[in-house]
Design a protein around this ligand. Structure first.
Ligand SMILES: Cc1cc2nc3c(=O)[nH]c(=O)nc-3n(C[C@H](O)[C@H](O)[C@H](O)COP(=O)(O)O)c2cc1C
Length: 364
């Protein structure tokens, strides 16, 4: 069995150019599904693979850095992760989703465009933006407003480029379906391109994509439409937002509620409520469960399902949020990286009848 796993891992590695299978799952999130009022039902793991989109017909990469294609947003940041910007990547991803599903788990994919926060080194190499003269690429944004001092001035994208990016999201959704993913999440949070359009802090456009609330949300709605044209209605479509920029004059929770109402009408299944990421010096009251109130407010004021994320680290905490109807799903990142067996431990803590792998049962 070990040999088989290593063989598959190595094959995936060579095809997908990831250095370890763990890195593939770097951004994994655990989802607890609120199936019953009694207890959280641990679904196991919905593994989210974060992917950059095809934003170019051809990417010329040097050590995975695109010198000449500014549109491939996460390419460097995720140089050791997966991408879905060309059809040739579908076969490799199919094997990843097949393996996940064979273990009784659900494979989801998050589609992202990093906008003005692109062209960065990996977090473990400092996460700083790479200037163009040092091999980075021109980043894109709604306006020529840099993320922070010392970072690139983004190129304000034209309407033609907006159209192409929207189309590329649709193409990535089509590939995701072919590759066997069961959930798509659109990344409209953390100061990446779609969030940059939402927020007046980063969007000072004077055309129909800037200014009023209706204009700032236009790109996201167009992307949702384009994705829905390729993604079956019976497969969940999530949208991750930063519910607040945490700064006066920025995107705020009232706008998040208004946006969520529109997304609900459009058929989006769940709003994954994160926050921040678009303003460097925002004062964020980081504490356990600090983003839960956003999920609660959006859920109760719109009726859409919400997910919550951020400093949720134990089973009882997660369970309480669900029992209190503050959110419908729990997303976890770092705790799940610390403890990949979290679903097993959580099921024991909550006395949930969750099937441990047979060979692990003696450790229960
Ligand atoms: C290694 C790592 C990679 C991440 N990558 C992404 C990502 O690609 N997209 C995203 O929306 N959030 C990403 N995040 C943020 C997490 O999804 C999550 O919002 C954040 O870590 C807070 O949750 P936590 O306290 O459970 O870690 C990442 C987090 C970590 C630790």
């Amino acid at each position: 069995m070990y040999d088989l796993i290593m063989k598959v891992t190595n094959e995936i590695k060579s095809e997908m150019k990831v250095s370890t299978i763990n890195e593939t799952f770097d951004a994994s999130k655990m989802i607890c599904d609120r199936r019953s009022k009694q207890n959280v039902t641990v679904l196991g793991v919905a593994i989210f693979v974060v992917s950059s989109l095809e934003l170019a017909s051809e990417v010329k990469s040097v050590n995975y850095v695109t010198n000449n294609d500014q549109r491939v947003s996460y390419l460097y940041f995720l140089s050791k992760a997966l991408k879905i910007w060309k059809d040739e990547q579908i076969e490799g991803l199919k094997r990843v989703t097949g393996f996940i599903q064979a273990q009784g788990s659900v494979a989801g994919i998050q589609l992202a465009h990093a906008g003005r926060k692109a062209s960065c080194t990996e977090p473990w190499n400092g996460g700083q933006q790479i200037p163009i003269e040092k091999g980075g690429w021109q980043v894109l944004g709604p306006s020529t407003i840099p993320f922070k001092a010392g970072t690139q001035i983004p190129k304000s994208i034209s309407k033609e480029e907006i159209k192409r990016i929207t189309t590329d999201f649709g193409k990535a959704a089509k590939r995701s379906l072919e590759a066997g993913f069961q959930i798509i999440e659109l990344h409209a949070a953390h100061g990446y391109l779609l969030h940059e359009f939402l927020s007046p802090i980063s969007n000072s456009r004077t055309d129909e994509y800037g200014g009023s609330f209706e204009n700032r949300i236009r790109l996201l709605l167009e992307v949702v439409n384009q994705v829905q044209a390729e993604w079956p209605a019976d497969r969940p479509l999530f949208v991750r937002i930063s519910a607040s920029d945490w700064v006066a004059g920025g995107w705020n929770v009232e706008e998040s509620v208004a946006l969520s109402k529109i997304l609900l009408k459009m058929g989006v299944d769940l709003i994954d409520c994160s926050s921040g990421g678009n303003v460097e010096h925002a004062k964020i009251p980081v504490a356990p469960g600090y983003q839960v109130p956003f999920a609660k407010q959006i859920k109760h004021e719109t009726g859409i399902l919400t997910g919550t994320v951020g400093l949720i680290t134990d089973a009882e905490q997660a369970e309480k949020i669900l029992q209190n109807e503050e959110a419908d799903l729990i997303f976890m990142a770092r705790e799940f990286l610390r403890d990949p067996y979290f679903p097993l431990h959580a099921s024991t803590k909550l006395s949930e009848a969750f099937a441990w792998p047979v060979q692990y049962q003696r450790a229960k």
